[in-house]
Design a protein around this ligand. Structure first.
Ligand SMILES: O=C(O)/C=C/C=C(\O)C(=O)O
Length: 76
């Protein structure tokens, strides 16, 4: 039951979000063998000013052992 949450800065269009969702669903089906019905995807806008406290520190630094793609930036 894959559930994917994508966090982004605001400003993306609904078309971009829909296309990204379709690509995520397609790759989960191809790579993981998931059924379309088992997959859910959420996209959350996070203001850039809130990124360090809301995302970077708790979910990136705090989950470093679970990251399969580390960012190429650091924040304090
Ligand atoms: O390229 C950067 O410095 C940051 C990009 C961030 C986004 O595109 C995003 O979170 O949506």
């Amino acid at each position: 039951m894959p559930h994917v949450i994508v966090k982004l800065w605001p400003g993306k269009t609904e078309e971009q979000k829909s296309r990204l969702t379709e690509a995520i669903v397609r790759d989960l089906m191809t790579v993981m063998g998931s059924t379309e019905a088992s997959i859910s995807v959420a996209i959350e806008d996070v203001e850039s000013a809130a990124w360090a406290e809301a995302v970077y520190k708790p979910q990136i630094v705090g989950n470093a052992d679970k990251l399969y793609k580390k960012p190429g930036y650091e924040m304090s």
